[in-house]
Design a protein around this ligand. Structure first.
Ligand SMILES: C[S@@+](CC[C@H](N)C(=O)[O-])C[C@H]1O[C@@H](n2cnc3c(N)ncnc32)[C@H](O)[C@@H]1O
Length: 354
């Protein structure tokens, strides 16, 4: 094993277990277990004990009925865990390369192990914990402080372990950036023999909602559709935008059409709801778009900061390039709706392409 920290744990596993197996972590385990289960039976919930060491906390979860899997990189620690807690499944794995399916767990318990990773690995490991939980809870215990160091005091010379220390603020930021909301943070003061206190954090997966958008399909009295050439160079599109926090999508199309084109419109009817994958600010989302057939009521077309120019186009002669396949599908449905071939609003899922 190349990692000196893991080599140390392999060597000190028996002594570590002797010193730590009977310590009690009850207050935090209770709070975590309560959060995970609500009032439901523990048997329904799967816990990952991430960096489980000799399995003390895995045992606690198992005794209370949880399904639990312990992972650790140290073969020595796993041998102790298997001997002491044979009823639990333990796997050898690096926290940096966990290969469980997405959403496999309801809780990730990470006690005194994240602190052994180099700081630059921490965001990716927390992001992988987030992927392993659809909706669930994360517990982390790390040592409070600043910087990183190789420590050889606790188990003596020749027993180096890498430690990364965290301030309270740093830990909260890492966890929030990985897609969690902090629920509790208990700070333990350093004891006379320990230089570092502990930060014990309970977090819940933050709700990730899809993006909401709205699109206006506006025809003139010759049956031509209003399109705008985007100022960002991505081609032509229907007036469209994201729904604001205090808006309904029917209000969004009116606002967006005015902002983008200068035209005032009113909504005539819903054409349909369209969903598609969408990349926004470096993250994958699903975009849910409400498309409305709208009628112009006033205003005048003018270039804006979002659009270089506007035009009325026959649906058979669209300008090129169109910015998205999605808008072409919406336009086709609106054309069919206009000539009575489509009477109800449609619901379309678009899987690939722009
Ligand atoms: C201080 S012990 C804590 C063990 C246990 N969670 C407890 O609270 O008693 C740290 C554990 O993290 C494990 N560990 C360190 N780096 C790891 C990594 N990259 N992947 C998996 N486990 C790791 C070590 O092998 C060790 O068992």
């Amino acid at each position: 094993m190349d990692d000196p920290t893991i080599a140390t744990y392999d060597r000190i596993a028996v002594e570590f277990a002797r010193r730590n197996f009977d310590l009690t972590n009850g207050r935090y385990l209770d709070a975590f277990a309560r959060a995970v289960t609500g009032n439901a039976p523990a048997e329904r919930f799967r816990i990952l004990d991430a960096g489980c060491g000799p399995g003390r906390d895995s045992k606690w979860f198992r005794e209370r009925g949880f399904q639990v899997i312990g992972v650790d990189l140290s073969a020595g620690m796993l041998a102790e865990a298997r001997r002491r807690v044979p009823e639990v499944e333990f796997r050898q794995a690096d926290l940096r390369h966990l290969d469980f399916p997405d959403g496999h767990f309801d809780g990730v318990w990470c006690c005194a192990s994240l602190l052994h990773l180099p700081r630059h690995d921490v965001p990716a490991v927390l992001a992988s914990f987030r992927r392993l939980l659809d909706h669930g809870y994360l517990f982390i215990a790390v040592k409070a402080g600043q910087g990183e160091e190789i420590e050889e005091r606790t188990y003596g010379p020749g027993s180096p372990r890498h430690f990364t220390y965290f301030t309270r603020h740093e830990l909260e930021l890492y966890v929030e950036r990985a897609g969690f909301e902090v629920r509790e943070l208990w700070e333990g003061e350093p004891t006379p023999t320990a230089r570092h206190g502990w930060l014990n954090l309970l977090a819940q997966t933050a709700l990730r909602q899809p993006l909401l958008g709205a699109v206006a399909v506006v025809f003139d009295d010759k049956g031509r559709v209003l399109l705008s050439e985007r100022a960002d160079g991505r081609g032509w599109n229907l007036p469209a935008g994201f729904v604001d926090a205090l808006e309904g999508p029917d209000e969004t199309v009116v606002r967006e059409t005015r902002e983008e084109t200068g035209l005032d419109v009113e909504v005539e009817r819903l054409v349909g709801i369209y969903t598609r994958p969408y990349r926004y600010k470096g993250t994958d989302w699903r975009l849910i778009t409400h498309a409305f057939l709208c009628r112009a009521t006033g205003g005048a077309l003018a270039p804006t900061k979002e659009a270089l120019q506007h035009g009325w186009f026959s649906p058979d002669g669209l300008p090129s390039p169109m910015s998205s396949r999605h808008h072409v599908a919406i336009l086709n449905d609106a054309v069919q709706g206009r000539c009575g071939q489509l009477t109800l609003p449609v619901m379309r899922r678009i899987e690939r392409g722009r």
